[in-house]
Design a protein around this ligand. Sequence first.
Ligand code: G3I
Length: 401
Amino acid sequence: MTRTSNPTRREFISNGLAASGALALGVSAAELGTAHAQRTRFRGGLDQGSERRGITGPGSLKAHASARGLLTGAAVEAQLLATNPSVEKIVVDQYSILVAENSMKMGPMRPTPDTFSFEAGDALVAFGDAHGIKVRGHNLCWHSQLPAWFNSVATKDNAHQLLVDHIRTVAGHFKGKLQSWDVVNEAVQISDGRPDGLRNGPWLKLLGPDFISLAFRTAREADPNVLLTYNDYGIETDHPDDVKKRAAVLQLVRDMKANNVPIDAVGIQSHIHAGWSTSDGNGLREFMRRIREMGLKIFVTEMDVNDDQIKSEDPADIDLAVAKTYREYLDLMMQEPALAVVITWGVTDAHTWLAGRRRPNQTQQPTPPQRPLPFDAQNQPKEAFYAMRQSFDSRSGVTLR
Ligand code: G3I
């Protein structure tokens, strides 16, 4: 990928797409031969043939993941599982871990300062228990999705107790029931200009940087056995912004370890764009090595592949470009011995937070819905499903931690 001086993120991604296949840039089929020929060429990067056997049991994502020491899953809400039998079947067949997309965050969890709403989280945990599927918690402390009452109630005087009470009550309620918690989510924001790179969010404004260690220590007291995770995004490419953010996250984790703050894992959200390519992964590979050397696990916590840079509007082309990115990104991840979990942020394209993200096009007419996940809106496995499964298989030979 050609690097220009500090390209914008959009240029950076477009460069990636150019490196991964001109078709994705919408170069006309006529110019590149038939679209079919291009798709065939694209498919060349994705193994074909006998691997495309059944997708359940030994052919499921969780079977291929488990054979390589991994848990794999998706973000989903219990309500969707209860009302959509097709999605429920996919989840039961394919996944060994789930996470609530929203219902275990402080806002949904705390309708009033004095009440906690555990129903949705309890329903997801019960579903997991009934089907032998683990559940991870997301999240105990975040600058976003705070309760509507937060800004009118939280002060510098009561914020410490507010955070402790929230985490003690929520992590205590789910004690012994979760595989891990995202204890603090997205605390680094370089553009806020702090020397430590921390986000100048509500909790930092109220408590200073120590809110992070307070959150982790409180979570550990409330649930001694759950894996405590720091989770963040924008650390997946070699774009200068990501390079700076990775350095700040690494320093944050180093400082936590130096101060004996309990932490077990780093979550790499992995909201990436079609066109991410392995040549993008050098910094990420090094980042993960340094996290591993601190004795921590690594989770892919929220993966999806945003197709907003793909100008072709042919779903077959989009699915191939998305699948190629799943394959390239996860192949790099598979080589990391500390990797333990791979989760996509949603199950099917019908339920993605990316809905409505438009692709650039000359007409400014609405573009087709995003196609970022392993299953399409008709609950059918896409190229990305097979790419994930093949990528898990590529982990053989890695000495696991
Ligand atoms: O539940 C209410 C509903 O009652 C109301 O009618 C509706 C319209 O206002 O809003 C609904 O809440 C929405 C919620 O999703 C549930 O659908 C919120 O407005 C909306 O902001 C919220 O968006 C979520 C977003 O986090 C909030 O920042 C997305 O679904 C969720 O996928 C996204 O997930 C985040 C991770 O937690 C952290 N990492 C990034 C990731 C993507 O942004």
